[in-house]
Design a protein around this ligand. Structure first.
Ligand code: ATP
Ligand code: MG
Length: 559
């Protein structure tokens, strides 16, 4: 991958560099602020790489802060998964993780401050009424009848809200800004809601919770965040972000910047929709290897380096565009090609008996673990009288040209990877007429050597010993959605689910060394793709491999 330092600075890097050069910023502080209401997905990876990446690049720090202001949808499981995912991507936050809920006392004080200054009021309109009073984009709202109550009444009502004396939904605390503002976010936005639910961090201490808008800027100010980077949909919230900071006695004033969120074709990046897939059991959990979640991609065998390279490759811009998922796949392949050990695995086995190889004899073939990385060493492959090749790698059709079919044809030669050149002499069929065995002969002296000139093998195929191998199952994944824009417009993303996104193949046979395969360490199964052990599906007797990705982009040929 290209050296990050040699690339031109993106717009955020330019801003930060200027702020540092001019002395406005002495130490860059950014933050990654997920709401713990689901697992992180590829879009979050972009935000993580951006925020933590900027801190790394400019000698600053990036906090991991949970925006846990809505206890109804949040869970500890999500908190834990998010910490794991950020760390797995290779980033470290300074000190402990932070929680918006760490600051609830302070937020409460600041809410009182706004009320005392005449900048906030308790509003008893029902949700429906409030909506009507708010107006719409082209029509100004009208003031709530509760807007101009005396400060004392607001203080008393807010205290009652906190004490649990009102029911959920009975009232809210609102900022008093401008009901005629063209920006709907400025029409007396909600600062606090009543929610009588326990919180994963604060238990039952609170029954009122700050809104996202009331929490976000204030959290940034408390933590000394210099550059608060969020996605474009928050641009409209920036005036409110600034209004709150200007009207509160905050320790410093952070600045908000927006960038375009990552949109990938064939992919859904919305926690709500991903949660629906999980809840409706359309996938096998948040970390199903087909999911675009960080944990799913990890389980499937994607590497942190490939995700970081991808985020680097797509860059950071102010206007949105959809990225081709092929770019992500390219980054995965590119990294795995460099790091993955090679192995042979026969996915749909066909027995080949080598007539001139004595039964019971084992010869040991040697192959490099990686063709370009000698330091990774060699692997040993037992070669026996009975071996297995792919069913697809043999045909009786002798009319197929050498160019078209570079595999084993009855009466012709092929090289077994790392072993002998063999010739197919005969094929044996079952009653149904299916080929169940091939009888072959090996050409002596062809291990690591060319055969005599008159013998021209059609190609090279992979194989394993039929007697010394590892049983395995492989799970071949295809895209989860077969529509490039599964949730565009008013489409129901569930309609775009690809019914063939998972194919389970049992009875595969891998080379013996695969018994030591570890989860998250992908192998390249020669000619088949990259595969890694699935710790959850594997059991004592059968290893289960996920296909991380094919060797080539096969999708573009398919559609
Ligand atoms: P979702 O829409 O999936 O629920 P979210 O924005 O609600 O995502 P948060 O937990 O609030 O999820 O996101 C944490 C951070 O990640 C935010 O700063 C958000 O802007 C950023 N983020 C979320 N989705 C993307 C995306 N697709 N591309 C880039 N950044 C994203
Ligand atoms: Mg959000």
């Amino acid at each position: 991958m290209s050296d990050a330092n040699s690339k031109p600075l993106n717009f955020l890097e330019q801003i930060i560099k200027q702020d540092i050069d001019s002395g406005t910023t002495t130490k860059l502080i950014t933050r990654f602020p997920p709401e713990p209401n689901g697992y992180l997905h590829i879009g979050h990876a972009k935000s993580i790489c951006l925020n933590f990446g900027l801190a790394e690049k400019f000698g600053g720090e990036c906090n991991l802060r949970f925006d846990d202001t809505n206890p109804a949808k949040e869970e500890l499981e999500y908190v834990e998964s998010i910490k794991r995912d950020v760390a797995w991507l290779g980033f470290r936050w300074p000190g402990e993780v932070r929680y918006a809920s760490d600051y609830f006392d302070q937020f409460y004080e600041w809410a009182l401050h706004l009320i005392r200054e005449g900048n906030a009021y308790v509003c008893h309109l029902t949700a429906e009424q409030a909506k009507e009073y708010r107006g719409w984009a082209t029509q100004p709202g009208k003031p709530s009848p509760w807007r101009d109550r005396p400060v004392e009444e607001n203080l008393a009502d807010f205290e009652k809200m906190r004490a649990g004396e009102f029911d959920e939904g009975a009232c809210v605390l609102r900022a008093k800004i401008d009901m005629a503002s063209p920006n709907m976010n400025m029409r007396d936005p909600i600062l606090y809601r009543i929610r009588k639910v326990s919180h994963h961090q604060t238990g039952d201490k609170w029954c009122i919770y700050p809104s996202y808008d009331f929490a976000h800027g204030q959290e940034d100010a408390i933590e000394g965040v210099t550059h608060s980077i969020c996605t474009l949909e928050f641009a409209d919230h920036r005036p409110l972000y600034e209004w709150l900071l200007n009207n509160l006695p905050v320790p410093m004033v952070p600045r908000q910047y927006e960038f375009a969120r990552l949109e990938l074709n064939y992919t859904v990046t919305s926690k709500r929709k991903l949660k629906q897939l999980v809840d409706e059991k359309r996938v096998d959990g948040w970390d199903d290897p087909r999911m675009p979640t960080i944990s799913g991609m990890r389980r499937r065998g994607y590497t942190p380096a490939s995700l970081r390279n991808f985020c680097d490759l797509i860059g950071v811009t102010k206007s949105g565009s959809t990225i081709d998922v092929g770019q992500l796949e390219y980054c995965v392949r590119d990294d795995l090609n460099n790091v993955a050990p090679r192995a042979m695995c026969v996915i749909n086995p066909l027995k080949v008996t080598i007539r001139n190889m004595p039964a019971g004899e084992t010869q040991t073939m040697k192959q490099p673990v990686h063709p370009n990385r000698e330091e990774m060493g060699e692997r040993e492959l037992p070669f026996t009288r009975e071996i297995l090749i792919e069913q697809d790698d043999f045909t009786e059709d002798t009319s197929l040209s050498r160019k078209k079919f570079k595999r084993l044809v009855l009466g012709d030669y092929v090289r077994l990877r790392g072993a002998y050149v063999i010739k197919a002499e005969e094929s044996i069929k079952n009653e149904a007429g299916e080929i169940v065995e091939v009888i072959a002969t090996l050409v002596e002296g062809t291990v690591g050597e060319n055969p005599p000139e008159d013998i021209k093998p059609r190609g090279v195929i992979h194989w394993v010993s039929a007697t010394e191998n590892v049983d395995c199952e492989v799970r071949l994944y295809d895209r989860l959605f077969n529509d490039p824009a599964p949730d565009a417009g008013d489409k129901n993303f569930l309609d775009a689910l690809n019914p063939e996104s998972l194919t389970v193949v049992k009875g595969c046979k891998g080379e013996i060394g695969l018994q030591f395969a570890q989860p998250e360490h992908a192998y390249q199964f020669e000619r088949e793709g990259y595969f890694c052990i699935d710790a959850q599906y594997s059991n004592g007797s059968t290893l289960v491999f996920n296909r991380t990705i094919g060797l080539k982009d096969s999708w573009s040929d398919k559609v």
